[in-house]
Design a protein around this ligand. Structure first.
Ligand code: GTP
Ligand code: MG
Length: 630
């Protein structure tokens, strides 16, 4: 909505422009007026719509055409004043003033115009008959009003209409020629209808109408008013009321009626409450609120966000099978300007037969959005109507920004629930299979991920010390990634090498040395294809020796033929209890371990941390023995 309103009065000489302004301000008719009144500003609190309003006079004698053109450009609304007793001042509306104001403007960009018939005290009848054809000819004319400066008749009304024409314009909503709502307005109101239809039965029940009324206007409708509304719709439409509820057509009819009765502000209040601006697009303030995410912090949906999404899921799970079919999913996203859930989303979460999406998979996708692109996540929540339905001020209340990673590292523990793991390894190592196995898609001879459709992400829940956490695996593209140091950033790095390829490990070793050795990011080595015969790696030392040297947990074996899914918990565990490799094991990690975590492969290191004596006694031989492939 505009923050202030600039009203310009135009018209033939001596029609009474200056007198109208002076009468409004002085509350009495001045016998003597100057040629042109000074520009006046009416403070917000004394105007009906509480918006500061500037009123600007024009005088042909005092102002040049150039100045006039300038004033027209600055004006938000133009009052074309005529003298009801002078026909020629009416003719000039059509032949001079409207072409001057809007002659070059394209449709939809025209300045709204109010026709003002002054000196009604001098004429008994009305000028309506002459005015109506003009109103029909120019759709930018919002309304006309007859008044008298002399009798102080309709003076404040005239300025009220002018203010309203700016703040609640007709043009974006309604086509006066077709006498119907414009397509963009229908689109916006239809979205508002779907969001307000909380049980998804395509009807607004009494209670839904009340909630709607309350969120838009602050108070519920009286029972009688509710009935009256429905009766009006029922009488005037064939399909506006069904089973005592308001249909979409009924809702659209009601808004058409508001506008036709000059109550645009009602429809505008609804639209603005749901985030729309004057062009009927969702505002940036609504969709993209400021959320400060300092470097090293991550973003997650909090319980408010999850609760809301659960509600949305239940609403669209029409057959109550606890999964969204592709068509249910399409309905859910119908309030979006585009479909955000495509093949990429399907490939990044677990999906059932026929691409059914469980609540758990649905949540996983949202957690992915929240983590990797929080702005987009909030935008999506905005399309779903989160702030309105949850009665929150902003989309940001659905998001939690974690504390800085450096602090987590320092304390050796974290409050986060979602972790990002980058899966790194040379081409053909089995990274995609590793991601797919995380989603329960095993034994793919060749992962059926054509590059365009397949997401580089896989998200699923994991159990870490009896808590449910979520792990995002991201497959790093060997060729394009790691150009910048920031590409290496994540909560845990999974360095994967192929036990059947002798060149494989050296790649991991060099990535580790280049990006992770001094970074504080926990690293886990994974050896892939362990169901096949192992070959010696062409590197200065064996992977096990490398891990020993760099104080990394020994490589974890993985095979897609018998995937050990505990490996994913281990990755999350490593992310949750990061360890400063240059110092010692974190106390928290040790405590968690002693509490019964099943990190068998790291036990050796824990013993190292607990007693150096053991190291000297057992040395590297024990390390080897403990980690011999099973
Ligand atoms: P320009 O500045 O020359 O363009 O004229 P204007 O449109 O500003 O008109 P102005 O206010 O100077 O009024 C012109 C004459 O009409 C004055 O003599 C006013 O007293 C008179 N007048 C203005 N309004 C009314 C009205 O409502 N009724 C009557 N009877 N006379 C009016
Ligand atoms: Mg004047």
């Amino acid at each position: 909505m505009k923050r202030d309103v600039r009203i310009l009065l135009l018209g033939e000489p001596k029609v009474g422009k200056t007198s109208l302004i002076m009468t409004l301000v002085g509350e009495e008719f001045p016998e003597q007026v100057p040629l042109r009144a000074e520009e006046i500003t009416i403070p917000a609190d004394v105007t009906p719509e509480k918006v500061p309003t500037h009123i600007v006079d024009y005088s042909e004698t005092e102002q040049t055409d150039e100045v006039l053109r300038d004033e027209i450009v600055k004006a938000n609304v133009v009052c074309v004043v005529y003298d009801v007793t002078q026909e020629e001042t009416i003719d000039k509306i059509r032949t001079k003033w409207i072409p001057l104001v809007n002659g070059d403007a394209e449709k939809g960009k025209k300045v709204p115009i109010i026709l003002v018939g002054n000196k009604s005290d001098l004429r008994s009848g009305s000028s309506m008959e002459t005015i109506l054809p003009i109103m029909n000819q120019f759709s930018e004319i919002e309304t006309c009003v007859e008044c008298s400066a002399k009798n102080l008749k309709n003076i404040s009304e005239l300025f009220y209409y002018a203010q309203k024409a700016v703040l609640h314009p007709t043009a974006p909503l309604y086509d006066p020629e077709d006498k119907q709502l414009k397509p963009l307005c229908v689109r916006a109101l239809s979205r508002i209808f779907s969001i307000s239809d909380q049980d998804n039965d395509r009807l607004l029940s009494d209670s839904e109408l009340n909630t709607f009324q309350k969120s838009c206007f602050g108070n519920p409708l009286a029972p009688q008013a509710l009935d009256d509304v429905k009766t009006v719709v029922w009488k005037n439409t064939s399909d506006g009321v069904l089973d005592n509820g308001l249909t979409l057509n009924g809702f659209l009819f009601l808004n058409t009626l508001f506008i036709q009765r000059g109550r645009h502000e009602t429809t505008w209040t609804i639209l603005r409450r749901f985030g729309y601006d004057d062009t009927l697009e969702l505002t940036d303030d609504y969709l993209y609120p400021q959320l400060r995410v300092p470097l090293g912090c991550s973003t997650e949906l909090n319980h408010l966000g999850h609760q809301f999404l659960q509600r949305v899921f239940d609403k669209y799970d029409e057959d109550r099978d606890c999964a969204l079919s592709p068509s249910e999913l399409k309905n859910l996203f119908a309030v979006f300007p585009y479909m955000p859930w495509g093949n990429e989303a399907y490939s990044s979460v677990t999906t059932g037969d026929n691409n059914y999406v469980s609540l758990q998979a649905f949540n996983c996708q949202w957690m992915l959005w929240a983590y990797v692109d929080v702005q987009r996540c909030m935008e999506y929540l905005g399309y779903l109507g989160y702030p309105i339905l949850t009665e929150q001020d902003s989309l940001t209340t659905a998001i939690t920004v974690s504390r800085e990673k450096a602090l987590d590292l320092e304390k050796g523990q974290t409050q986060r629930a979602v972790f990002l793991c980058k899966v790194i390894g040379p081409r053909g190592t089995g990274k995609t299979s590793f991601l797919q196995a995380f989603l329960g898609r095993h034994n793919l001879t060749r992962p059926d991920c054509s590059s365009a459709a397949c997401s580089p992400y896989a998200v699923n829940s994991v159990q870490v010390t009896n808590q449910e956490k979520h792990l995002i695996l991201f497959e790093v593209d060997v060729e394009t990634e790691f150009l910048k140091a920031s590409d290496a950033g994540c909560d845990v790095a999974c360095l994967m090498y192929d036990t059947t390829d002798p060149q494989s490990f050296s790649y991991c070793a060099s990535i580790y040395k280049q990006h992770y050795m001094d970074s504080g990011v926990p690293c886990v080595l994974v050896s892939s294809k362990v169901d096949q015969p192992e070959v010696a790696q062409q590197y200065g030392m064996t992977p096990a020796e490398f891990c020993y040297k760099h104080r990394l947990p020994p490589p974890m074996p993985f095979s897609t033929t018998h995937p050990d899914t505990r490996i994913y918990s281990k990755l999350a565990w490593a992310a949750m209890y990061p360890v400063d490799r240059s110092r010692s094991w974190s106390v928290e990690a040790v405590r968690q371990h002693l509490n019964g975590s099943e990190m068998s492969s790291t036990s050796f290191w824990l013993r190292m941390a607990l007693g150096t004596a053991m190291v000297t006694v057992l040395g590297f031989a024990l390390y080897r023995a403990l980690n011999r492939p099973k």
